[in-house]
Ligand binder design. Structure first.
Ligand code: ZN
Ligand code: ZN
Length: 355
C-alpha cells in the first residue's frame, strides 16, 4: 500500500452570504469541533466570502470558497473561480463551459432530487440535461435533499428526526449509482457527497432550534480525500492539492455517522510497478491487483466492476486479482449490532485499461 494522507472534506455548505443561517465563524467553529479538515462553502451565486478573505487556513481547518450556480434546475457546484457567473437553467452546458473557461471545475448538485409536498411547496431542483459534458462529477448523496424527500408525513419526519435521523438517508438515491457507473464507462466521472447545510431555524413558541445544524451535518457524511503528500500550512499548496484530488476523484465518501471511515484505503497496483488511487487509471496486466482495507470488522467489502457486483465478503483486508480490464470500484457495507448491513463507504472507481 502507498503511504497516503487522508483528509475529511465537507462539501456543499451555505452560509449567511446566501440562504444559510450560520456565519463563516460559526461554520468554522462547528467544523473544528467535528474535526473536519476542509470545508467548502458553496453559497448561491456569490464569491463574496472569497473577497472578504475567508478562504484559507483557520487553525487546522482549511476553508475553500466555491459557489452554487442555478435557479429552478440544474444546480452546479463550481470551484476555483475568481468571478461569479450567472445561472442559465435552460442551457447548463453554457454554465459548465463558463466555469471551465475560468480554470474552474464543478459537480452536478443533487441531480436526482424529487422534492416533497411537505417542504418548500414541493419545489425541487434536479439535473435535467444529461447530454452535458465537461463537468468533473456528480453529487451522488446529498444529506438534506434526500432527508426531505424520504419524509412521508410530519409525524414520520418528527419520529426520525428525534430517534433515527440517519435512517432516512440510508443510501444514495436509487438512480445515483447506476447512472454514475454508466457515465464512468464513457469517461472518468467523480462521485462526491454533500450536505446542503443551511441550518434553517425552526420556531416553536418561544423556542428556536436549528434544523440540521452544522455540527450535526459535519459528523454525518463526508468526503475523504486521499493524497500522496500532506497539506501544508501555505494556502496555495493546500488549495491546489485539494482541488486536484477533487477533480481526479482521489477520494471516498461515507456515512461517517455509522462508524469512523477515515482508515479505509483502496487502490491498485500492477506488475510493472504502477500504482493507482481511486479516480485513477492503471494499465491492466496479469499481476494487476485491487486492494481494499476496511477499518471495521463489521464491514463487508463489495467490488463493483462495470456496474455489476462481482465480489462481496465480510473481510477487512482484500487483495483482489483483476482478471480483465474494467472499471472497478469498492463499496463497504456496515452491519450494525441490530439490523441489516447498511451502505457506509463508496470509493471512486479505478480504471484498469489495456496498454
Ligand atoms: Zn441546490
Ligand atoms: Zn445548495
Amino acid at each position: 500500500m502507498e503511504q497516503l494522507f487522508c483528509y475529511s472534506c465537507h462539501m456543499h455548505v451555505h452560509s449567511t452570504f446566501s440562504d444559510g443561517h450560520g456565519s463563516p465563524e460559526e461554520i468554522l467553529s462547528a467544523a473544528q469541533k467535528a474535526g473536519i479538515d476542509i470545508v467548502c462553502l458553496t453559497d448561491h451565486h456569490t464569491l463574496e466570502p472569497l473577497r472578504r478573505g475567508w478562504e484559507g487556513w483557520h487553525g487546522r481547518t482549511l476553508l475553500l470558497v466555491g459557489t452554487e450556480i442555478g435557479e429552478k434546475a440544474n444546480h452546479y457546484l463550481a470551484f476555483n473561480l475568481r468571478r461569479e457567473l450567472p445561472a442559465n437553467d435552460d442551457d447548463p452546458q453554457q454554465v459548465i463551459d463558463a466555469v471551465r473557461s475560468q480554470g474552474g471545475f464543478g459537480f452536478l448538485a443533487h441531480p436526482f432530487e424529487r422534492g416533497s409536498s411537505l417542504f418548500l411547496n414541493g419545489s425541487h431542483f434536479p439535473w435535467n440535461n444529461w447530454q452535458v459534458k465537461g463537468y468533473a462529477g456528480l453529487e451522488l448523496w446529498n444529506y438534506c435533499s434526500q432527508w426531505r424527500e424520504a419524509v412521508r408525513s410530519y409525524r414520520h419526519g418528527c419520529y426520525h428526526y428525534l430517534f433515527n435521523r440517519h435512517r432516512l438517508v440510508a443510501s444514495p438515491p436509487p438512480q445515483a449509482l447506476p447512472t454514475w457507473d454508466k457515465l464512468c464507462r464513457q469517461r472518468p466521472v467523480v462521485g462526491i457527497c454533500g450536505s446542503d447545510a443551511h441550518a434553517l431555524p425552526l420556531k416553536a413558541g418561544p423556542f428556536t432550534a436549528s434544523v440540521f445544524p452544522y455540527p450535526f451535518l459535519f459528523r454525518s457524511m463526508n468526503n475523504h480525500l486521499l493524497l500522496r503528500q500532506p497539506l501544508r500550512p501555505g494556502q496555495q499548496q493546500a488549495r491546489a492539492l485539494v482541488y486536484q484530488a477533487l477533480r481526479r476523484g482521489n477520494l471516498f465518501f461515507a456515512l461517517d455517522a455509522l462508524a469512523h471511515p477515515q482508515k479505509f484505503r483502496c487502490g491498485a497496483f500492477n506488475g510493472s510497478g504502477e500504482k493507482a488511487l481511486p479516480g485513477e487509471k492503471i494499465t491492466f496486466d496479469r499481476q494487476a491487483v485491487l486492494y481494499a482495507f476496511n477499518p471495521s470488522p463489521r464491514g463487508t467489502i463489495r467490488i463493483i466492476k462495470n456496474g455489476e457486483l462481482v465480489y462481496e465478503k465480510k473481510i477487512q483486508n482484500l487483495y483482489f486479482h483483476l482478471l480483465s480490464p474494467g472499471i472497478y470500484r469498492v463499496e463497504v457495507y456496515y452491519t450494525p449490532r441490530f439490523g441489516r448491513p447498511r451502505p457506509w463507504i463508496y470509493a471512486n472507481p479505478i480504471y484498469a485499461q489495456r496498454r
